[in-house]
Design a protein around this ligand. Structure first.
Ligand SMILES: C[S@@+](CC[C@H](N)C(=O)[O-])C[C@H]1O[C@@H](n2cnc3c(N)ncnc32)[C@H](O)[C@@H]1O
Length: 212
């Protein structure tokens, strides 16, 4: 069986291994605008919408599933978005080794995999160690957003963020009615809201460095 040729998606899609040891935002985006990251960006609806609405902010989607990451990048390529990119790879590698400390204005973690079975909970992304990595890269007073439809995981996420000494909880955005089918935060939000499920939202602010 013939497989479809892989379309060239540069500069919209990169694999982490091709980027070297250090990611310099100015070099990567070609300007020094603020950077926001979407961790586990899936098909990239958030990155696409946010980059369209905020042309003076750079958005980077991180996605461990290259196939999904390439789909997200295809969306960006079609519109030749100057301020949005996708990197395929494990976010933990990028967060812990490749980007400068306190160089990110906001991190978005939408609908992280719930790993339903109790014995798989240890695979969940949103842990204190994950928040430690985020606290290292988010700027003082920058933001961390996380939404999910899984109440039990949300309670863990909320407690993890609320108890973290480098974050302070803020009032999350209220739910609003979408204007069209693309007017959702992410593809998962659209899917879950169409199923009638409630969405739980959390928002934190990175404390000033003096509080570290
Ligand atoms: C349930 S999906 C949600 C996708 C998207 N955020 C949304 O709301 O539509 C979770 C995504 O996180 C990605 N993911 C899981 N672990 C990751 C990691 N360590 N680094 C980057 N992406 C990861 C998965 O591949 C998956 O696409």
């Amino acid at each position: 069986m013939q497989t479809a040729p892989i379309k060239p998606l540069k500069p919209y899609f990169h694999v982490i291994e091709d980027l070297g040891e250090h990611l310099d935002w100015v070099e990567f985006f070609g300007n020094d605008n603020p950077v926001e990251i979407d961790i586990g960006c899936g098909r990239g609806l958030f990155v696409f919408n946010a980059a369209t609405q905020n042309p003076n902010i750079n958005y980077l989607g991180l996605e461990i599933d290259y196939r999904e990451g390439r789909r997200a990048a295809m969306r960006l390529l079609k519109r030749e978005m100057p301020n949005a990119r996708i990197i395929g790879g494990d976010c933990k590698v990028l967060l812990s080794k490749m980007i400068d400390k306190h160089s990110v204005q906001a991190a978005h973690v939408y609908f992280p995999d719930p790993w339903w079975k109790k014995r798989h909970h240890k695979r969940r992304l949103f842990t204190t160690e994950f928040c430690d990595l985020l606290a290292d890269v988010i700027k003082p007073e920058g933001h961390l957003h996380s939404w999910t439809d899984v109440i039990e995981y949300f309670e863990v996420i909320k407690e993890t963020g609320d108890c973290h000494p480098k974050f302070v909880s803020l009032e999350p955005p209220a739910e609003r009615d979408p204007e069209d089918d693309l007017d959702y935060q992410t593809s998962f939000e659209r899917k879950k809201r169409k199923m009638g499920l409630p969405i739980y939202r959390a928002l934190w602010q990175r404390q000033p460095l003096a509080a570290d």
